[in-house]
Design a protein around this ligand. Structure first.
Ligand code: ARG
Length: 461
């Protein structure tokens, strides 16, 4: 039989396969709270503007509250013939209150309805994720503070480069995740306009008050163009772009945890709570949580790409393609939430093997730059020449299979006569990191300054 909500011009109902391809209720039921909130605001406005009677408005609102309770109690039956959450709520409302239900959709279309609901959902999710991110930043700051003095090898090309401190390394991620929060806040401010009242696409002839619904739903203002209001999904794309970038940051940290926890590195040990064992190899403790965070990052990027591709060919205004906007957003949001919580837990629990890190931080001649800098500062050598002399000393140490600090003074002087005993001071990794006092540098004093700056900034939030 024809659909009771729009079946007026239809002689017969849809094919079974049509019903299946058309239905979105299995995933968009997640919008139920936003849908009901939007309908509450809309019906209040219709009453205030005398577009529907108080009596009908009251019935509608009581019915909506009943439906909210039914859904929350888990006893709400769905039917693919009713397509989506919006039609389900309206159909149930009709069962509950009769004909007055039909007045709710006055001056509204599912096009502005779904655009509103989805914005509300994404906004809630942004707020939730922001709290998760703040928690992760907090965990990283705690580790940075605990390990402000712990020397570790810093890498470029994953080759030992210069000694750094673990605290400094943690702070690098604090900077990244703080920028992610900035991107989120920025996207949220652009998202926060109400499309409700755009109607199908052209606006409406009813004397509605869009300021009123916008305010009731916590938006900053109504969208200024009805075509744009129903047809763009850039707010969702900005969310997914944030999610992709944030997932990429999480994935890099996860990858480092995977490397650091290997038997070859042993820089850190993941707690049992965030590891799994092997069914065959009894010695194994695998960093599965980190690997899954790394793996899921691909899905966020995929979600972003799929929505971008879905949107790029659509003429104004709404097209049913746009029903496909929700699943990638839900998927990316769910995964990001899991990943942020798992990463916070992992970082809080992680055991840092400071001695192993420090012992490893001299390997690979990581203080060679300090040696070159010493030649420049004490012997007034041009840096390029100092680079060359240091290279020769590294070669000599390599030939003797020893570290730079193990070369005798006479061996050093055979390469550069001006070198004195004083050189040994800069060859130690502790001295190396302590000397990096430039703003943003790795010296423990600087790391502590940055931790204090972040704590103060976050305390003011
Ligand atoms: N389920 C639809 C969606 O998610 C709701 C909007 C339907 N609008 C329409 N004109 N068919 O996009």
């Amino acid at each position: 039989s024809a659909n009771e909500l729009w079946g007026g011009r239809f002689a017969k109902g849809p094919a079974e396969i049509m019903e299946r391809i058309n239905a979105s209720i299995d995933f968009d039921r997640r919008l139920y709270a936003q849908d009901i909130m939007g309908s509450m605001a809309h019906s209040s406005m219709l009453m205030a503007c005398n577009i529907i009677s108080e009596a009908d408005g009251q019935k509608i609102q009581e019915g909506l509250q009943t439906i909210l309770r039914e859904i929350e109690a888990g006893n709400f039956k769905t039917d693919p013939a009713l397509e989506d959450i919006h039609m389900h709520v309206e159909a149930r409302l009709r069962e509950l209150i009769g004909d007055a239900a039909g007045r709710l959709h006055t001056a509204r279309s599912r096009n502005d309805q779904v655009a509103t609901d989805f914005r509300l959902w994404v906004r809630d999710t942004m707020d939730h994720l922001d709290r998760e991110l703040a928690d992760l930043v907090d965990a990283l700051l705690d580790q940075a503070e605990a390990e402000a003095d712990t020397v570790m090898p810093g890498f470029t090309h994953l080759q030992a480069a210069q000694p750094v401190t673990f605290g400094h390394h943690m702070l690098a991620y604090v900077e990244m995740f703080a920028r992610d929060r900035g991107r989120l806040a920025d996207a949220r401010s652009r998202l926060n306009e109400s499309p409700l009242g755009s109607a199908a696409l052209a606006g409406t002839s009813f004397p509605i008050d869009r300021e009123m619904t916008s305010k009731a739903l916590g938006f900053d203002r109504p969208t200024a163009n009805s075509l744009d209001g129903v047809s763009d999904r850039d707010f969702a794309l900005e969310f997914l772009s944030f999610a992709s970038i944030c997932s990429m940051h999480l994935s890099r940290l996860a990858e480092e945890i995977v490397i650091w926890s290997s038997a070859q590195f042993r820089f850190v040990e993941c707690s049992d709570s965030f590891s799994t064992g092997s069914s065959i190899m009894p010695q194994k403790k695998n960093p599965d949580a980190a690997e899954l965070i790394r793996g899921k990052a691909g899905r966020s990027a995929g979600a972003f790409t799929s929505l971008l591709m879905m949107m790029k060919g659509l003429p104004m205004t709404y097209g049913k393609d746009m029903q496909e906007d929700k699943e990638p957003v839900f998927d990316a949001a769910d995964n990001l939430q899991l990943c942020l919580a798992a990463m916070s837990g992992m970082i809080r629990d992680i055991k840092v093997n400071g001695e192993v890190m420090t012992a490893a931080s001299g390997a690979g001649f990581t203080t060679a730059t300090d040696l070159a800098d010493w030649l420049v500062q004490k012997l007034d050598m041009p840096f390029r020449q100092a680079h060359h002399v240091t290279g020769a000393l590294v070669k000599l140490a390599e030939e003797n299979t020893c570290g730079l600090e193990d070369l005798s003074l006479s061996q050093m002087q055979s390469v550069e006569g001006g070198i004195t005993e004083e050189i040994y001071k800069v060859l130690g990794v502790q001295n190396s990191v302590a000397s990096r006092v430039s703003y943003g540098g790795t010296a423990p004093t600087k790391v502590r300054e940055q931790i204090a700056r972040w704590r103060e900034k976050l305390g003011q939030e």
